[in-house]
Design a protein around this ligand. Structure first.
Ligand code: BTN
Length: 254
């Protein structure tokens, strides 16, 4: 069960890195490593993940799902949906999802900004998935007005709700929600419809940055594994990773 066993640390390099050591030593799935501070927190695409000490949720979950390496990408929509649902149920926040892994909430001025990022790292051997590490970073009890360089892109739960919240209660609710959804994914249930319904970019013109490559087209759908389908005229491209911005009158808006 996710969260039955939680190890809490004051400071680590990265909860994902530390949990990998436990995974390699054969730890059963469900173990959570949480930290008040990461000195080398990682984001997607080699970026750094830095938040003020003891303000937020930064944790990783060890999973050993009965999925092929190809299907392991399903864990990303699963986690994004669990975060969104928890923020809605616990704090009555309105959420949006941005492909592939960002959860957005409305800040005090009503514009949707990133509040949570998700990083999944997996280990594959002989074409089998050995384990996956699901890392979640949720900005909680601080205000983005102290970080004006980020304030146009990101927000915090405190900014969205208007006051600080109980971090432990939020983490417990999120782990419950993750456990529930993870069981569904392991039973072979699809979360595709629910994910699709929450992706605000579907049907819109987008720009996708994939390494050095920039693609434009209509974000027309997501497939069963959560990959983005980009339509360019008659061509349909399947995008597994990248950064997406929505274009309005050919200007980037998110
Ligand atoms: C992203 O949006 O780029 C993903 C950010 C993921 C951050 C979390 S915080 C806990 C875990 N440990 C890490 O080093 N990264 C993830």
């Amino acid at each position: 069960m996710i969260g039955r066993n939680i190890l809490r640390f004051g400071q680590v390099t990265s909860t994902n890195t530390l949990l990998r050591d436990y995974a390699e030593r054969g730890e059963p799935e469900g173990l959570v490593i949480a930290a008040d501070e990461q000195t080398a927190g990682r984001g997607r695409l080699g970026r750094r993940w830095i938040v003020p000490r003891a303000t937020s949720l930064q944790f990783s979950v060890l999973l050993r799902p009965p999925l092929s390496p190809q299907n392991a990408a399903r864990l990303l929509p699963m986690a994004a949906l669990a975060v969104a649902r928890t923020l809605e149920q616990e704090l009555r926040l309105e959420t949006q999802l941005k492909w592939p892994n960002d959860v957005l909430v409305a800040d005090s001025k009503g514009s949707f900004k990133k509040v949570c990022g998700i990083l999944i790292e997996s280990s594959v051997q002989d074409d089998a998935l050995r384990y996956a590490i699901l890392g979640i970073g949720l900005n909680v009890n601080y205000t983005m007005s102290d970080y004006p360089e980020l304030a146009s892109l990101a927000t915090t739960v405190q900014d969205a709700v208007g006051h600080p919240v109980d971090r432990d209660a939020l983490q417990a609710a999120l782990l419950d929600e993750l456990d529930h959804r993870y069981r569904r994914v392991c039973r072979g249930e699809s979360l595709q419809e629910e994910y699709r319904a929450r992706l605000t970019m579907l049907g819109q013109r987008v720009r996708v940055a994939r390494g050095d490559q920039i693609l434009e087209g209509i974000a027309s759908d997501v497939d069963a594994d959560g990959a983005l389908i980009l339509t360019q005229g008659d061509a349909r491209l399947t995008i597994f990773a990248g950064d997406v911005t929505i274009l309005k009158e050919n200007k980037e808006v998110i």
